[in-house]
Design a protein around this ligand. Structure first.
Ligand code: AMP
Length: 279
C-alpha cells in the first residue's frame, strides 16, 4: 500500500445486515482500503444486558464484508483488544477496574440510551478510540441509526484532536420501515409488527410538525395512538441534532429519538424533523 492511500474503518459488533453493508459500501466508495471491525465489546454492556446472548455470526459476516468489497475484517478477541483476560471497567467515580477509559461529557450521556445504560458510552468511546489507534483510519463510518453514539463520537474526535473524519450514514430500514438492527433477530413475526410502531410514531410526529405543531408535549402525546400493551416505551425525546441539548419547542434542528421494548427486545429509532429523505 502506498503512503497516500486512504483507509476507511467501519466499526461493528457483527451480525451484519443491510445497514452495516451500507456503511461498508460507503467506505469502499470513498476509500482505497476498507477495514471492518467485528467486536462484541464487553465494556459497553451493563451487567444485566445481552452481552452473552448477542448474536455472533463471524463466518457470515466475513462473507458480507467480502461481497461488499471490504479489504480487511478485524475480529479480535476481548483479550487481544484489551490486553487483559477480563477487562473490568472502573466504577463511575474512577475507582477499581483495570482499564484506562474515555468518558464523554455528562450532558451527552445523561439522556436517551446513556440514561438507561450507565457507562455504555464510556465503553463505546474507549473501544472506538482503541480501534482508531490500532487501524489508524482516515475516515470512520457510523450509522445515524445510533445517532447519540454518532454525536458522542464526533464530540470525542473533536475534543481529543483525533485525526479521523467521521462520516455519518443514513438509517437503512426494511420495506415496512423498521430500522434494521442485529437485535431484530430476537423478534417473532408478531413482535416485528408491534416494532413498526416506533417508525410510525416518528413519521406521525414529523407530519404534525410539518402542519405547524411545535409544542413538544403535544407532539409526544401523539405517540400513544400507536402503542399497545406489548410496548414498553422508554423515551421520546426532542433534542438538538448537533449537541443533544433538549429543545424547548420543535424546530428545524430537532431530532426525535424513541426507544421501546417489544417482547423484551430493546429497539431504538430517530428522525430529523427537517429532513426530506424518505424514512
Ligand atoms: P452495531 O454492530 O450495532 O454496533 O452497529 C455498527 C454500525 O452500524 C453503527 O455505526 C450503527 O449505527 C450502524 N448501523 C446499524 N444498523 C444500522 C442501520 N439500520 N442503518 C444504518 N446504520 C446502521
Amino acid at each position: 500500500m502506498s503512503g497516500c492511500q486512504n483507509v476507511g474503518l467501519v466499526p461493528t459488533m457483527g451480525a451484519l445486515h443491510e445497514g452495516h453493508r451500507s456503511l461498508i459500501e460507503a467506505s469502499v466508495g470513498k476509500c482505497d482500503t476498507t477495514v471492518v471491525s467485528v467486536f462484541v465489546n464487553p465494556t459497553q454492556f451493563g451487567p444485566n444486558e445481552d452481552f452473552d446472548k448477542y448474536p455472533r455470526t463471524l463466518e457470515a459476516d466475513v462473507e458480507i464484508c467480502r461481497v461488499a468489497g471490504a479489504d480487511v475484517v478485524f475480529a479480535p478477541s476481548a483479550e487481544e483488544m484489551y490486553n487483559v483476560p477480563h477487562p473490568l471497567t472502573p466504577s463511575p467515580v474512577g475507582a477499581g477496574g483495570n482499564l484506562t477509559m474515555v468518558m464523554p461529557p455528562l450532558d451527552y450521556v445523561d439522556k436517551l440510551c446513556g440514561k438507561s445504560r450507565p457507562g455504555h458510552f464510556d465503553g463505546v468511546c474507549t473501544v472506538v478510540n482503541k480501534l482508531f489507534n490500532v487501524v489508524r483510519p482516515d475516515y470512520a463510518f457510523f450509522g445515524e441509526k445510533d445517532r447519540q453514539q454518532l454525536i458522542i463520537i464526533q464530540k470525542m474526535v473533536k475534543d481529543l484532536n483525533i485525526p479521523v473524519e467521521i462520516v455519518p450514514c443514513p438509517i437503512v430500514r426494511d420495506a415496512d420501515g423498521l430500522a434494521l438492527s442485529s437485535r431484530n433477530k430476537y423478534l417473532t413475526p408478531e413482535q416485528k409488527t408491534d416494532a413498526l410502531a416506533l417508525n410510525k410514531i416518528l413519521h406521525n410526529i414529523k407530519m404534525c410538525y410539518n402542519k405547524g405543531i411545535t409544542d413538544i408535549k403535544s407532539l409526544s402525546e401523539t405517540a400513544y395512538a400507536f402503542l399497545n400493551e406489548n410496548h414498553s416505551l422508554e423515551y421520546i425525546e426532542f433534542l438538538d441534532k448537533n449537541d443533544l441539548e433538549r429543545k424547548e419547542a420543535a424546530d428545524s434542528d430537532t431530532v426525535v429519538f424513541i426507544a421501546a421494548k417489544v417482547g423484551g427486545v430493546r429497539l431504538i429509532d430517530n428522525m430529523e424533523l427537517d429532513c426530506h429523505a424518505p424514512a
